[in-house]
Design a protein around this ligand. Sequence first.
Ligand code: UDP
Length: 327
Amino acid sequence: MTKILVTGGAGYIGSHACKLLKSKGYTPVVYDNLCTGWQDAVKFGPFEQGDLRDGARLAEVFGKYEPAAVMHFAALSQVGESMHNPGIYWDNNVGGSQSLMQAAVDAGCQNFVFSSTCATYGDQDNVVLDENCAQYPINAYGASKRAVEDMLAHYEAAFGLKHVIFRYFNVAGADPEGDVGEFHQPETHLVPLMLDAIAGKRDALTIFGTDYDTPDGTCIRDYVHVMDLVGAHVLGLKWLEEGKESRVFNLGTGTGFSVREVVNHSAAVTNKEVPINEGPRRPGDCTKLVSGSTRAETELGWTPEMSTLERMVSDAWRWHQTGHYDK
Ligand code: UDP
C-alpha cells in the first residue's frame, strides 16, 4: 500500500486525515513529537515519535518507509500564543518545515501537501479572499505559514518538490463515527470552548471583542467540517499523483458566521444555554475571514457537504460527550 508520511498525525486534523487515508487504501505513517498531539489518536497506521527539527530522525523515518508523499499538518497554531511568544512559531513552524522539506528531497520524496491558513491574508476590508489575494498576515502564526509557502516555491525551483498548499479557514466538527475528535490542552478554539461552557466544564465562554466593525460587533469566520477538510487533502494527493502543477487552494465554504451566530446555533443544536462573558479583543484576531474562492470545487472537485454549522456543532458535541484521549 502507498505510504504517506503524516506529520502531526496525532493531532486534531492530522488524525482525521489518517482515518480517511486508511479508508482510501493508503498507509498513513504518523510523525509527531506529541507536544500537542495524543498517541491515543494514532489508530490507523504506524507511529514514529520525532521532532520536525531533528533531521537525522526524519532521514531515518523516510528511509524506513519510503513514503510517496508528505502531508504536513504538524504546527503550532494558536493566534493568541503566536503574539506573545512569536519565536516558537518561527522555530517550530518555519524551521521545522525547512528541515522536513530538506529530508523529503534528500530521500527523493517529491510530493508535499501543506496545511496553510487564511491567517496569511490578514485583515483586508472589502477584499475578496481568493488565492490570488495579496497576503499581509497580522499575527506571527499567519506569518510563519506564509514563510513556509514561500519556502515551498524555492524548494520546487531548486529541487522539483511538487506541492499543494491548502489555506484553511476555521476547522470544526469531529469524525461522526467517534474514533477521533478535537482535544487540545489547553483548549483555545471557539467551538470546543463553547461546548465546555455548555457542559459546565468551564464557567463561561468569553467572547473576544464585541466592538468589531461587523453587524453584531463580533468577529466573522468561515467554518469547515474537519471531514470535508481532510477530504480535500486526499484530492490534493491525487492531484500530485497525476503529475499536475503545484497549486494553492482555499478551503472554506464562502459563508461567514459571527461568534454570536456560532453561539446561537450551538445553543439550538445542544438545546442548552451557552453562558457567555464579553471580553476585550484578542491580539492578532482579524475582523473577518471568509473564503472568496471556488477553486477547490472547480479544480479539485471538492464538495464541502458536511460543513453546516448544525452538523459541525452536533458532531463536535457528540465527541465532546463521549470521546477523549488520556493525558
Ligand atoms: N473566540 C472567542 N472566544 C474564545 C475563542 C475564540 O470569542 O474563547 C473567537 C476568536 O476571537 C475568533 C473566533 O472565535 O474570532 C475563532 O477563533 P478560534 O481561536 O477558534 O480560531 P482562529 O480564528 O483563531 O483560527
